[in-house]
Design a protein around this ligand. Structure first.
Ligand SMILES: [Ca+2]
Ligand SMILES: [Ca+2]
Ligand SMILES: [Ca+2]
Ligand SMILES: [Ca+2]
Length: 413
């Protein structure tokens, strides 16, 4: 383990926010309606403005396969699509599906950013090859930060439990001569930099997004990649010693945002993308053949899939930008209420300002994700805690502008 302290910090340019046009939503809705041919099936819901319709088959714009190249299954589950005016605001399971709670899912064993094995997330920044970690087990005290030197300028950092011992492992991806390489510093080797795990993740190109999650259900994170330009997923599985890959093509339109979380409650991460409010999820229980669709949010928003209600199933969230003097807020659609749009959870998260980074982990150890934000301009962490009904907060200052903070929306699973 390499330790460092007194890291000098530099002001770097903040990453640009992705912007999308609301026209894209309208366009995709028109496509959805055309594809599903359900215009005649409008019914009125009990709510005043929204109306819903049930479709027999979900719309799709992509194909998936698991090596064999099987086509998309048109018999995938039907949904109710809920509209407010001309805008689809949600989908619902036929029959209501309000019984999601009760812990029937196995759930995630540990938050992925847990280095000290107390089942609480740490606060982490990454800056030019240094991971700086404040530990939950000592109340995020500055007196005993944990530092790892791993990676370099330009590396894309993440943390996940790749060896399945319940302790987080720092990792990064970087380009190599033949493709992208995952470089993983394993807790099971005492974070020995001489015993790093280097895995080729297949794509000979730049710009891929690392998506580490447990796709094969062996409680080890699998080092996946998603190529935004084509929508290709490639995931070497830990259970095959990284010799077998899960392949899929899912998403890939400009502006799509990848998602990996367990929606179908089988203990394996599902593959998804977010497109201007549409959540398209290929389920692991169908071998990534069938899809579930939800609508929550809209264009230009940051989607966050995490288990905020602690039932083991991923919930849908996005950050509502601040407006009218109000703080920004998390808008959360919970699995435990059947993703019912009439029962959303809104959690104010910080002061009214744009450009904050969502940080989502289990900081209080109650098994529910906490919807936090990190403000790059002053390095402030603001974490409303689920165990305090979101009225008690964790505050800290850690990291500076230009850093990557973890756990963020890509590394929480
Ligand atoms: Ca911890
Ligand atoms: Ca580990
Ligand atoms: Ca799953
Ligand atoms: Ca949930």
């Amino acid at each position: 383990m390499k330790k460092a302290s007194g890291i000098s910090r530099h002001k770097l340019k903040r990453l640009p926010r992705i912007s999308r046009k609301s026209l894209a939503l309208v366009g995709s809705l028109i496509v959805l309606l055309a594809l599903t041919g359900v215009l005649a099936q409008w019914t009125t819901l009990h709510r005043s403005t929204p109306v819903s319709k049930t479709v027999a088959a979900v719309p799709t714009t992509g194909q998936s396969s698991k090596i064999t190249g099987a086509a998309f299954d048109a018999n995938s589950p039907s949904k109710e699509y809920v509209y407010a005016g001309g805008r689809m605001v949600a989908t619902e399971e036929p029959g209501g599906g309000g019984s999601g709670g009760g812990g029937s899912c196995s759930g995630q064993a540990n938050p992925r950013a847990d280095f000290d094995q107390d089942h609480k997330s740490e606060m982490i920044y990454y800056h030019n090859g240094v991971f700086g970690i404040l530990k939950s087990s000592i109340q995020y005290s500055y007196s005993s930060g944990l530092f790892f030197g791993w990676g370099a300028a330009g590396s894309l950092p993440l943390v996940a439990d790749f060896d399945g011992d319940g302790k987080a492992d720092p990792a990064y991806i970087a380009p190599s001569g033949s493709g992208q390489i995952y470089a993983i510093l394993l807790s099971s080797t005492g974070y020995n930099v001489g015993q790093g795990l280097f895995l080729s993740a297949g794509f000979p190109g730049l710009g891929d997004i690392p998506i580490a999650a447990d796709f094969d259900g062996d409680h080890k994170a699998d080092p996946g990649l998603w190529r935004s330009s084509t929508g290709q997923w490639i995931i070497p599985t830990s259970s095959s010693n990284y010799t077998t890959n899960i392949f899929a093509q899912w998403g890939g339109q400009a502006g799509d945002i990848p998602i990996a979380a367990d929606f179908d409650c089988d203990g394996k991460a599902d593959i998804g993308y977010y497109r201007s409010g549409l959540w398209a999820i290929l389920t692991s229980s169908s071998n990534y053949i069938s899809a579930q669709f939800y609508s929550w949010g809209g264009a230009g928003l940051q989607p966050i899939a995490a288990d905020f209600d602690g039932d083991g199933k991923a919930d849908l969230a996005y950050i509502v930008p601040p407006a009218g003097g109000q703080s920004q807020a998390y808008a959360i659609l919970k699995s435990s209420t059947g993703y019912n749009v009439s029962q959303p959870l809104f959690v104010p998260a910080g002061w009214p300002s744009l450009g904050d980074t969502p940080v989502v982990g289990d900081f209080d150890g109650d098994g529910k994700a906490d919807p936090g934000i990190w403000r790059s301009s002053d390095g402030t962490w603001i974490i409303p805690l689920s165990s305090g009904a979101y009225t008690t907060y964790l505050f800290s200052s850690w990291g500076v502008s230009g850093d990557t903070v973890l756990p963020n929306r890509l590394t929480q699973y």
